[in-house]
Design a protein around this ligand. Sequence first.
Ligand code: NAX
Length: 331
Amino acid sequence: EKEPVTVLVTGAAGQIGYALVPMIARGVMLGPDQPVILHLLDIEPAAEALKGVKMELIDAAFPLLRGVVATTDAVEACKDVNIAVMVGGFPRKEGMERKDVMSRNVSIYKAQASALEQHAASDCKVLVVANPANTNALILKEFAPSIPEKNITCLTRLDHNRALGQISEKLFVHVVDVKNVIIWGNHSSTQYPDVNHATVTTCDGQKPVRELVADDNWLNTEFITTVQQRGAAIIKARKFSSALSAASAACDHIRDWVLGTPKGTWVSMGVYSDGSYGIQPGLIYSFPVTCEKGEWSIVQGLKIDTFSREKMDKTAQELIEEKTLAYSCLN
Ligand code: NAX
């Protein structure tokens, strides 16, 4: 039998946490033959609720689950973790300034970066889900200099999956037959969902989405805004933000990163920019990536037209502004 993998989930008493931990314990994230130990972290006001989550995990008698640590102590939570899914953060409340929200998250991510750096496994892989996801990941990277930058990522897979879903609904095809959409940039409403390289598997082979969706206008307007604003649409409908789809996307992100992407398929991940596609190095920016042997690499050589270029730069600009704001909160 395989050695158990230790997975940290922060914000584990929250909405996404509640959907995510059973998925991990069932093997959705790391595979059906991979035992796991869960470390759940939340803050004092949520300590009782967190205990309840631990009780339910025990009650579910998951065969792969080899242990649960539920704690409000970041050091205990980070001890020997192999995978860290950072869902805990400070949400924007009505009437709050952007700078105040940023400042709260900067201090959370600075502290948790140090705890991870000192106590996690040296090859720990980190996924930041909490918003502002890209910038929280950047702060984590800055304050955990001994964790390789390749190991620090943020979640844009939910946006990627939403784009696949929209194409599948539009064309009445199975979602598994749609692939290679791209989310560029920030996990925010400036993200650019790009279908220029996306294809659908049909009985006549791979066809470009641009060829199958004859309506270019839909692809260039409504499709993009629907994906960009899907989070707000879910809040409007459910009165709560996306949880099950976010949890599922977090599992997809880690699974593909650890176990690899299928041949010929890429996915979107927020990763440290190396300057690919003219994106300023040192931002955490969502790119198309393939994964092999536990490492992602940015898909190279895709043709970028002027429509795309403009949108990719706009979302990069927003990330530069967020980075400046985050740094101003450090002083
Ligand atoms: P909830 O408010 O339900 O849960 C957040 C949990 O984090 C709470 O239990 C809270 O006590 C805890 N927490 C706060 N500060 C903490 C700290 N310092 N250490 C540990 N835990 C802490 O929010 P939920 O709906 O679960 O969303 C969690 C985060 O995901 C939010 O920041 C949200 O904006 C973000 N999202 C990101 C998405 C993405 O695709 N990247 C999509 C879904 C989601 O909106």
